[in-house]
Every structure is written in C-alpha cells, then in structure tokens.
Ligand binder design. Structure first.
Ligand code: FES
Ligand SMILES: [Fe+2]
Length: 321
C-alpha cells in the first residue's frame, strides 16, 4: 500500500475531543497506521501507537504521573514523546532513541485533526459553523467498509436522493436534475446552482425546489449548502482509516429549526447515512477509478467528474485506482 504525499501532508479528522473523556489513552487509525491519542491535563498528544522497545501498542497502557506507560515492560513516555523511565533499569538514563513517533494535531469543529506530514495549508473553514445565528450539530462517526473517495463521491451525488432517500431527500416522481456547472478552482471543486425537488426540504412537510452548492475543499473534506431562504450546510469530514475502511462525520450547521431537538436532527442524519452505507459498500471496484473512461458519466455526474479530475490532478492514489 502506497500512501501519497498529498494525504500524508494533509489534516485528517481521527476522533472527537469528547472521546477522550470516555477513554484515555484512546486508539485510532489513519492511513493504515495505528495511532494513540492521550490527554494529560489540558494537553492532547497524538503518536504512533507503538512502543519503540518491542512494538507493543501504547494505547493498551495507562497514565501515570503525566506519562503514558507501555503495558509490556512499563516504559514511561513523557508528553513530548521521550521515554523518561525504564523500570528494569531505574538508574539508567533512557537512550536518546527511546522516543515515540509524535504527530501534529489541531482541534477544530469538536474533532481532533492529525497530520503525519507537514501540511502547507490549514484545516478547511466551515463558514456557517463559524457564523453567528447558525446552530451547529455534529453527527457520526459513520463507519463504512469503503474507500474514502467513494464516500465523498456519494456525499456529492444528488441523483441518488429519490432512490436511496425516497421520502426524505428525494421523490421518485421528481428525479430530474437541472443543468449546472462543476469547476475545479483555487478552493477545490465547486458545483453551483444544482436545482432539485425535495419532498420536505426544511422539516415543514411542504415540498419545493431547493438549490445546492457543493464544494470539495480537500480530497476527503466536502461541503454543501442548501438554501431556500433558510440555509442548511454540512461538512463531511472523512477519515481514511485503511484503503477500504473509513469513517465520516457529518457536521451540520443551520439557521432555522431552533426548536427541533438536536437528538431528532442527528437521528434523521443517522437514517440518511444508514441508507447510504450498504449502497456505497456494494460498489465495485472498491477503489475509486480516476480514469474517466471507466464507469459511465452523465451530465448529472458533473460534480463527481470534477472530483475525480481533482483527485487525479492532486495526485491522490490512496483509495483510488
Ligand atoms: S514493549 Fe513497551 S516497554 Fe517493552
Ligand atoms: Fe445519500
């Protein structure tokens, strides 16, 4: 498995900050590598989940006096990654090489974002989330036995609504998609003015036309905003666990429906994503083909076509074929 430099030098969401309240140290996995996340005081650390001594998982260990302790021979690792104590040799200064593989991280949108490299860009901005008057509701993580780009392409796809999400996001009697453009810009992929009929676009039970704008900010970070007066926006933050295993958070932000309990909105998203999972997991080939000669593309697939071209231009090979 070759991991491309684009993804190595990118920020990826790996866990929710609140997960650490439930489990500390916390195991995670990104791009085929096991990680351990742990917290001491206010500091959060993200390391490769591997003790340099005999390769044991540090996430199976425990915390002691501000250190992460390996479960095998009890080596103590301080928060900067250095091994500071080897119990079998209490008088010996641990060798210089006894150090964990430490990764940079950031906290944003309630998630822990990590990079295994050196990104030249920051985590994408989710404008609505940071705008006053919007209510932010995170949902997920949703686990897919599927490649991350297949998940993102599903998120960008409006034409499946009447069939996979009949009654909620679409209606089989109104499956047509208006013509629209999808471009690759400085910002990533931008598909504007996608007009579509929805049976219940804002929870009032009255059907109407809606207009979607979709964007792809980074290979596995996508976004849409749906507007018809009130706005509903979502960022899809997908974590590529392994080439064919991924998980995604749907971060929602809306400026209406304040009276609807958060639980209800999350339950709705759980149903919608639950409808997507078996369809996406069934797709073959599992790795997204970037050669446009493979599979069939129609006018209504313009966003997906732009996404595949964008991944190819960027040089993303992980999860693609
Ligand atoms: S394997 Fe970690 S202390 Fe020996
Ligand atoms: Fe869907």
């Amino acid at each position: 498995m070759h991991i491309d430099d684009v993804l190595l030098n990118d920020w990826h969401p790996i866990a929710e900050v609140s997960d650490l309240e439930k489990q500390n140290p916390l195991p995670a996995r990104l791009l085929g590598m096991d990680l351990v996340i742990w917290k001491s005081g206010e500091s959060i650390m993200v390391w490769q989940d591997l003790c340099i001594h005999r390769g044991t998982k540090l996430s199976m260990g425990w915390l002691d006096d501000g250190c992460l302790v390996c479960p095998y021979h009890g080596w103590n690792y301080a928060d900067d990654g250095r091994c500071v104590k080897i119990p079998a040799h209490p008088d010996q200064t641990p060798p210089e090489k006894a150090k964990a593989n430490v990764f940079k991280h950031q906290i944003k949108y309630g998630l822990i974002w990590v990079t295994q490299g050196n990104p030249e860009h920051d985590i994408p901005v989710f404008e609505e989330w940071e705008t006053e008057g919007f209510r932010n509701i995170p949902s997920g993580p949703y686990h897919f036995d599927a490649a991350a780009p297949r998940m993102v392409e599903n998120f960008l796809d409006v034409a499946h609504f009447p069939f996979v999400h009949e009654g909620s996001l679409g209606d089989r009697d109104f499956p047509e998609i208006g013509d629209y453009e999808a471009l690759i810009t400085e910002e990533g992929v931008v598909a504007d003015g996608i007009e579509f009929w929805q049976p219940n676009p804002d929870g009032t039970g009255v059907g109407s036309m809606v207009t979607y704008t979709y964007k792809v900010f980074r290979p596995f970070i996508a976004y849409f905003v749906k507007s018809r007066g009130p706005s509903f926006a979502a960022m899809y933050a997908v974590c590529p666990i392994d080439e064919k295993t991924s998980k995604g958070w749907v971060l929602m932000s809306m400026n209406y429906g304040f009276e609807t309990p958060e639980k209800e909105i999350i339950a709705f998203q759980d149903i919608v994503t639950g409808e997507d999972i078996p369809v996406v997991e069934s797709q073959r080939p599992e790795l997204l083909p970037l050669d446009l000669q493979e599979e069939l593309h129609l006018r209504s697939d313009r966003t997906a076509i732009a996404y595949r071209k964008y991944l190819k231009q960027m040089g993303v090979t992980f999860g693609t074929s």
